[in-house]
Every structure is written in C-alpha cells, then in structure tokens.
Design a protein around this ligand. Structure first.
Ligand SMILES: [Zn+2]
Length: 470
C-alpha cells in the first residue's frame, strides 16, 4: 500500500497538504493562502512534488519521477491498521475540496439495514415486538450481508468508525473490516430474566471475547440490551466482565417515558439511578439515548463521566421524545456523542442528517438558536466518539489515524463566504463527500464503493431466504 499526499485541501479554514502513510496522518503542511483566495483557486503548490517542508523530518527522499519516496517510518499502529507503505506516494490535487475527519457513529445496529420500513407508524412497544419477531429468524449470514450493506451506506455518508450493538457480532465485525471500516462490536446480552438464558449468554460472551483477542484492542465491547429486558444479576455480571477485561459497556438507557416510569414503579429508581445502584455507570459506559432524565440522573451521568449517545432521528420517529438535555449533561461532565441507531427506526445511517437534526431540534425546544453550535456538533460526531471508544481517530492531526472525508465544494452549497462547517452540516447533503479514506487507504473513491453490486445481490438472497421462512 502506497502513501497518499492530499495537496491543496481545505482543513480548518486553511489550505493545507496532508501526507498519509502507514495508516496515519504523517504530516500536515499549511499554505499561506486562505480559503477562496486567488492563490488557492490557481492551485498554487499543486506541482507533483513534495513541498520543501516535508523534507524537514527526514522521512522523505525525492525520487526521479517527481514523486516522493518514504523511508520506513515504523509507526506503532495500534488503531490504524493501514499496513506498511510500499514506498510510493500517490499525489492528489484536492483544489476545491475540503478535509473532514471521518464520522464516528456511536450507536447503531448495522445489520438492521435490511429491516427498513418494517415497523412504520407503530408505537414503541409494538415496534420492538415486530423487530424482535424478525430478529428471531435472522442468522450469521443475514448479519454479515446486512452489515456490508450498512457499510456501503456508511462510506457514502462519511462514517469510518462505528459502534455496533447487534447479534452475531463476529459476522458484523468481519463484514466491516473487509469493507475497510473501523468497527467496534458488542456482544449484547439479553436474558429477559431466564436463568438458563443467562448462563448461555455468559458462555457466548466469554467465547466471543476470546475470539476477539485476535482482532486487536478496542474492537470488541460488552453490552446488554436495556434495563427492561435484562435481569439485574445479568447486568451486574456483564458490567463486571467488562471491567475485568478492560472493555467498553454499551447499552440502551432511558429511551422512552414508559421505560422511565416502569423502572420507577418497579425499583423506586429511575433507569439511570437503578444502573448506578448496580455500580454500572463509569467512563467505559456507552449509554444510547439518555433521553428521559431527572436532575439527579443528569448529575450522575456527568459525575460518572458516562458517554451519552444522542440518536435524534430514532427518537423523533418512534415518538420517544426530543428534549435531550445536551448542555446540562455536558456541563455535568458527560461525554456527548451522536449515533443514528439502526435503520429499523431511523431508516438510514447518515451522520450529517443526524447532526443537522440534533442541532435544529435542540435549538427549537430550547427556544435558543445558539444551542449546540457547529464546532461542538462536529466534535460530537467525531472526536467525542473516538474518545469514548479509546481509538486514535476523530481529528485530522499528525499522528492520528488517517480517516478523512474529501468533500467536494464545487457546488451551490458552498458558494457563500460562510464558514465551511455551516455549509457542510446545514446546507449540503452527504453526496458532497466524494471520497473516503480510512486507515490510510481509499475505501470510497469518487463515490464508488468496490463490490457494491455483489453486496446488494447477496443481501437480496438473504432477504429471500427469510421471506420464505428458511
Ligand atoms: Zn438502539
């Protein structure tokens, strides 16, 4: 695999050259030219040669054809599995394009890409029964191809890392890695109070954890479904398992008013306080939704430094609610991230759409247009998620994993002099993302994702088998 030099690309409002090697961002050189300047438009610095600045760190030597040779900079690539450089560099003129960190989708059920539209216009309880009915018939093959379909869509919409919460997780993991994305998959326990089921789940997660040791760090997480579907004994056990093995713990929390009220009725505690009483809340906890909260809940999630994942489109669609207490949670010390949830509820995995909806709903219900500003919104969709998962991505900086979206600004959405992020998040659509680099290699190039036709064909076959009751 060769190295990549993105020349003349807009980054944080300035023109830069970004050098990528061995899965990581090796060096960033800033030009003096400003966004939109005549210099930038002329593509100054666009010659096929490395700028002088690159020679400074001693890793680069000029080769006769004008490309750049790279001495083997053996970087310890814990999170970036890009492989070693072959010593060649592909130089790409990115004049008129912008670089954005790849999105980190912090809560999804990827294989639900095959369940779109199955439970429309249904109340939450009926919807989840319908989905569980379908899920009782799915298998490894379904999850594998469903995750591949999800990956095609994630790449088209700029997601390079995702935190999955689904069944048959090794199949989902394999599918995503083959597509070049960075997945973190959870084994989700759900005993529904059955002791036999709890024992089976314990064996399964242990087995899967052992299998995951070959995957590298931060690729496998423990998980449970929710307080209403898992016994307290099982929750305590799986939290202990996560702590023992240094894993993240991923679960749904306080998603609906009904969950909040039932928990209060049955335990005398809100779902957040109930989990806290079980000793489950801490910085390794990734709690999806956290929508129905009282003041003590906010305080607890903050003081325990829980990672709270906002899934606005799912919440709106299932009428679960929309008053996500963003500023209060943030002020209390929680780390706030964005997720799309699965396609059975939110229908797509478009993080740009999720960012926009999160912000405009937040502004609306608070009656405050300054709520959830652009830079915080981008952090929620990138670096906050990376921090929650402990992976070295989410920012474009030297040494970070090279997960970069190349955004085409040569269209109507970016004509105005507005800050790039304003037009990117509020005006444009994800089809302005022309190429995606993950782990230092192209995983989508000029909107083409390799193998897409075969993936759709196999997904159709899998759906046919389910339809025919096999
Ligand atoms: Zn979910």
């Amino acid at each position: 695999m060769g190295a990549i030099l993105l020349k003349n690309i807009l980054l944080d409002g300035r023109i830069s050259d970004i050098f990528i090697d061995n899965g990581r961002i090796g060096k960033i050189v800033w030009h003096d030219g400003r966004w939109g300047s005549a210099e930038m438009m002329a593509g100054q610095g666009g010659q096929d040669a490395a700028p002088d600045g690159y020679a400074v760190n001693g890793n680069f030597v000029a080769v006769p054809d004008g490309a750049v040779g790279v001495s083997s900079g053996a970087v310890d690539a814990v999170d970036c599995t890009g492989g070693m450089s072959s010593g060649t560099v592909e130089i790409i003129d990115c004049t008129g394009k912008a670089a954005v960190p790849g999105f980190v989708n912090m809560h999804t059920h990827a294989a639900m890409s095959l369940m779109r539209g199955l439970g429309e216009d249904m109340v939450f309880g009926d919807w989840i029964d319908r989905i569980w009915g379908v899920e009782s018939r799915i298998d490894e093959e379904y999850v594998y191809w469903g995750t591949k379909v999800a990956c095609v869509e994630m790449l088209r919409t700029g997601t390079t890392s995702f935190n999955d919460h689904y069944w048959f997780s090794p199949a989902g993991y394999r599918a995503a890695v083959e597509m070049g994305l960075r997945p973190v998959v959870s084994y989700v326990v759900m005993d529904k109070g059955s002791e036999a089921e709890a024992e089976r789940e314990k064996e399964q997660i242990q087995r899967m954890y052992e299998e995951s040791l070959a995957w590298g760090p931060h690729r496998f997480a423990a998980g449970f479904h929710a307080v209403y579907s898992v016994s307290p004994e099982m929750i305590v056990w799986v939290a202990g398992f996560a702590a023992e093995h240094g894993l993240r713990l991923h679960f749904h929390l306080s998603e609906t008013e009904q969950e909040f009220r039932n928990c209060l009725k049955e335990t005398g505690l809100t779902p957040v306080q109930y989990l806290d009483s079980l000793g489950v809340l801490g910085p390794n906890a990734i709690a999806a939704h956290t929508l129905w909260l009282d003041d003590l809940d906010v305080e607890l999630l903050g003081s325990r430094h829980v990672n709270c994942v906002h899934n606005i489109n799912s919440n709106l669609k299932l009428a679960s609610g929309y008053r996500f207490r963003y500023s209060e949670l943030k002020a209390a010390g929680a780390n706030i991230c964005i997720g799309t949830d699965g396609c059975a509820s939110s229908n797509n995995m478009d993080m740009l759409e999720a960012m926009k909806t999160s912000a405009i709903v937040q502004k609306a219900w608070r009656g405050d247009p300054s709520a959830m500003p652009l830079d915080e919104l981008l952090a929620m969709a990138t670096s906050n998620g990376a921090r929650a998962l402990g992976i070295g991505t989410g920012e474009i900086k030297e040494g970070a994993c090279a997960d970069i979206l190349i955004v085409d600004t040569d269209n109507s959405f970016f004509l105005s002099d507005a800050p790039f992020l304003a037009n990117f998040i509020y005006s444009a659509h994800s089809d302005c993302i022309s190429s995606v680099i993950c782990n230092g290699r192209f995983v989508m190039r000029d909107r083409v994702v390799e193998g897409e036709e075969e993936i759709l064909e196999n997904a159709r076959k899998v759906l046919g088998k389910i339809r025919n009751g096999n």
